[in-house]
Design a protein. Structure first.
Length: 74
């Protein structure tokens, strides 16, 4: 999807949630989209749950960083 399509999709998801109070399960690999529109995030790696929580909690999780960002730790 291009940037405009992602923005349209995100806006639609937010609108549906606000209008109907519907929980939406979103499977997405664009972490910017996920973190911007989610209240709660579950991160899987090869079917194993690595982390669950708010976007900020998940973003700071060492297992998530290792699996998706490959950042070395001190």
């Amino acid at each position: 999807m291009n940037v405009e399509e992602k923005e349209d999709m995100s806006r639609f998801i937010i609108d549906v949630n606000e209008q109907f109070g519907t929980t939406i399960a979103l499977i997405e690999h664009d972490m910017g989209v996920v973190m911007d529109i989610s209240d709660r995030v579950v991160v899987l790696d090869y079917g194993r749950k690595l982390a669950e929580g708010t976007p900020d909690e998940v973003r700071a999780d060492r297992d998530v960083i290792d699996a998706y960002l490959g950042v070395a730790h001190d």
